[in-house]
Ligand binder design. Structure first.
Ligand SMILES: [Zn+2]
Ligand SMILES: [Zn+2]
Length: 374
């Protein structure tokens, strides 16, 4: 038998106790005494507050610096993160940065998906696997300058206890059902928070499509996005990690992105980072080319078709470059008053022509590679 590191008993206790209470005691209590709409309402509010604190704050703000946030947003995320009971923001971000840097490397990625579902979901927190580097925050020097991050890190334990016991107690006292609120807002909410977040490390590296990269196990999955406030577009996220969006299209379900955007309208967030559209489209086209090549290589007489696909790819990518180059020039010309209006008009005409050409090429490319797309 392989020697495993010793168990972290505190984590084992927290996970099993909360699961036992949520899965067995809470339904029994509901059956005996009933729950009201207040229980459900506050369950949804607290669950959303906790998960968004993790996705907006711990993940996109602190781990990836995808935007800058007002102290009020940072304070709320620090409180919600402690409520979600996922360690301090500093610790979480440090682990997460290592995960991105060494993704899938079993000896370095703290929750490597290549060590299996159980390990990447929860197993990595049950034993002292990363004891040697546990308190090494050298990859988060920037966060050590954030007073709210350091305050939360220092007082994480009292904050976590206050939020996890204090909030359900307060609601229980208000609605005259202390045990019911402790079970629903304490245990059920915590278990839902834990496992929906953990799905990102486990399922989002196993189940779904890889439209942007196959250099790591991360997947895009709309169903997971629904349960994780938009974090299910994990394949995109692993290639463009500093983008404040994970779901880049308007039809993508990404409430975390919407919250950040609304915060920016309210003056509570700024410097929202997005990956260059040229890079995004090129990555996608390259993956389609790769899939086509993979499938065609298994067929006889494939060379002629593949040569055609390669030519279309080259033409499409070249037009993509032309289009984004002209778009940039046009934007710059609008900002530069020294440029004559007729020069700008010529640029506009060329831009429109290339835009039309791009649309045609894109349509043809998508049609041609559709049979081979993931
Ligand atoms: Zn990941
Ligand atoms: Zn990330």
């Amino acid at each position: 038998m392989v020697n495993k590191p010793p168990l972290i008993w505190l984590n084992v206790m927290i996970f099993s106790l909360s699961f036992g209470l949520a899965a067995f005691v809470a339904p029994w209590y509901g059956w005996q005494f009933g729950y009201s709409w207040e229980h459900l309402f506050w369950l949804v509010v607290c669950f959303s507050f906790c998960n968004l604190s993790i996705t907006v704050g711990y993940h996109r703000l602190w781990s990836h610096k995808a935007f800058e946030a007002h102290w009020l947003v940072r304070l709320l995320c620090a409180l919600g993160g402690a409520f979600a009971l996922q360690n301090s923001a500093l610790h979480w971000a440090s682990d997460h940065r290592v995960h991105h840097k060494f993704v899938d490397q079993n000896d370095k990625d703290p929750y490597s998906a290549k060590r299996g579902f159980w390990y990447s979901h929860i197993g990595w927190m049950l034993r002292h696997y990363n004891q040697a580097t546990y308190a090494d925050y050298t990859n988060c020097r920037d966060l050590q300058k954030d007073k709210i991050v350091m305050w939360q890190h220092k007082y994480y334990l009292p904050l976590a206890v206050t939020m996890n016991i204090g909030v359900p107690l307060l609601l229980g006292w208000w609605y005259q059902d202390i045990i019911g609120m402790l079970l629903v807002i304490g245990a059920v909410r915590l278990v839902l928070n834990h496992h929906t977040t953990f799905f990102i490390n486990s399922l989002a590296h196993i189940w779904g499509k890889q439209p942007y990269t196959d250099k790591n196990t991360a997947r895009d999955n709309g169903i997971l996005a629904f349960f994780t406030f938009g974090e299910g577009y994990h394949n995109y996220h692993h290639i463009f990690e500093n983008d404040y969006r994970n779901g880049i299209h308007w039809w993508h379900y990404d409430p975390t992105k919407w919250v950040i955007k609304v915060c920016s309208w309210l003056g509570l967030a700024k410097k929202l980072r997005v990956a260059p559209a040229l890079k995004i489209e090129t990555a996608r086209a390259e993956m389609r080319l790769k899939y086509a090549k993979k499938i065609l290589s298994q067929q006889l007489q494939h060379q002629r078709i593949f040569t055609h696909i390669q030519q279309e790819f080259d033409g499409f990518v070249e037009t993509l470059h032309d289009y984004y180059d002209l778009k940039k020039q046009l934007l710059e010309s609008k900002a530069n008053s020294a440029i004559q209006s007729y020069e700008r008009s010529i640029l506009t005409i060329r831009y429109r022509q290339v835009k039309m050409r791009l649309q045609e090429k894109k349509q043809r490319w998508q049609l041609l590679t559709k049979p081979y797309a993931y």
